[in-house]
Design a protein around this ligand. Structure first.
Ligand SMILES: [Zn+2]
Length: 350
């Protein structure tokens, strides 16, 4: 992968130590191959591999199409409320270990409802996992219900799921679209998003990852997306860049994901540098960490290797906190912690 310099151990340590939030990470895609294998055994689900070894190999990305196949196979193993409770609790533990205080995790209810889990059981399980994750690890998790664009089954059930989840103390904060962009433009989901926004849900959309600027424009105009997942291909349209800068519309950028799905060539610097230089509002995220052999710490280290200074990475971290759909009083608590961390570094350098 493109690399300018190895960051010093001190910088890697500091990036690990800084308190963080993450706003683009998929619950299903944050679950590792071994856990998925165990769930499949427990639930009598056939995976497209006949040994754990082969499954681990299959789990590794090859390209975007393969990634979607892995995602769907892994998701098919997740069946019971216990599975989901464990997934969320373990996820919170891994986030806490990186000093991630708060995560907005995408969840794809269509697959789980189709597999026979009821809306109430799924929401109960997510809430129970988030509760124990918070109690045991001190890392908070809320959810964004993601519509899988290419999947028709149970599509109409995502909005009711999200609205009911919002009623549960803000467990679900928003609605999104993900999956295959090509052939499934944002415009198809306009009515659903209009209703979702009326119901108090935030609106986000994966766009401008595998297709060009038209998809980002669609997310903005039809869905009134408040944040764009990836959005890196906005760079192909200067007018769109000008709009994003002007509107301070955050992009949820995940460098390693883009390299692994080959949306960005391995030997090129990640376009996040060009986006930052253009003044676009950029946040840093891991997307599907075990599928892309990454985590949030590693995303920051990857950027450090590409020449970002600590000060720049700290600004991205602050921007990510500000882009979170957190209630103002909770955000204020985290802002204080961020400020204390920055003060600590300032005085260590005096
Ligand atoms: Zn994503």
């Amino acid at each position: 992968m493109f690399q300018m310099q190895g960051p010093s151990d001190a910088l890697v340590q500091r990036l690990h130590a800084m308190p963080k939030v993450e706003i683009h990470v998929h619950l299903e895609g944050a679950t590792g191959p071994d856990t998925v294998w165990d769930m499949a055994q427990r639930n009598g689900v056939d995976l497209p591999a006949d040994s754990l070894e082969a499954w681990r190999e299959f789990y590794e990305f090859r390209d975007f199409e393969h990634f979607i196949r892995v995602y769907i196979a892994a998701t098919s193993a997740m069946r019971t409320p216990e599975d989901f409770e464990q997934m969320v609790r373990d996820f919170a533990g891994r986030q806490a270990a990186q000093n991630v205080r708060y995560s907005e995790a995408y969840v794809s209810p269509q697959f789980h409802l189709s597999a026979g889990l009821s809306q109430a059981d799924l929401l109960d399980a997510l809430a129970a996992g988030a509760d124990s994750g918070w109690r045991e690890h001190g890392s908070k998790v809320r959810f964004i219900a993601d519509i899988s664009r290419q999947t028709e089954m149970r599509r109409d059930d995502v909005l009711p799921f999200a609205l009911e989840g919002r009623e549960r103390d803000g467990l679900v904060v928003g609605i999104g679209i993900g999956g295959i962009e090509e052939g499934f433009p944002p415009e198809l989901f306009e009515d659903t998003f209009t209703e979702a926004r009326r119901g108090g849900l935030h609106a986000v959309a994966h766009a401008g990852e595998t297709t060009g600027p038209a998809s980002v424009w669609g997310a903005i105009r039809s869905l009134r997306a408040e944040r764009i997942g990836h959005g890196i291909r906005s760079l192909e349209d200067p007018e769109l860049i000008a709009y994003l800068v002007d509107a301070r519309l955050p992009l949820e950028v995940s460098p390693n994901s883009n390299y692994r799905t080959k949306v960005v060539p391995q030997d090129e610097p990640h376009p996040i540098r060009a986006l930052v230089d253009a003044g676009v509002y950029v946040t840093v995220n891991s997307d599907d960490p075990p599928m892309f052999s990454t985590d949030l710490d590693n995303e920051y280290v990857t950027l450090a290797r590409q020449g970002f200074s600590f000060e720049e990475l700290w600004q991205l971290n602050v921007a990510t906190l500000e882009a979170a759909f957190l209630p103002e009083e909770e955000k204020a608590v985290l802002r204080k912690e961020w400020a204390a961390f920055a003060d600590g570094i300032g005085s260590a350098e005096d």
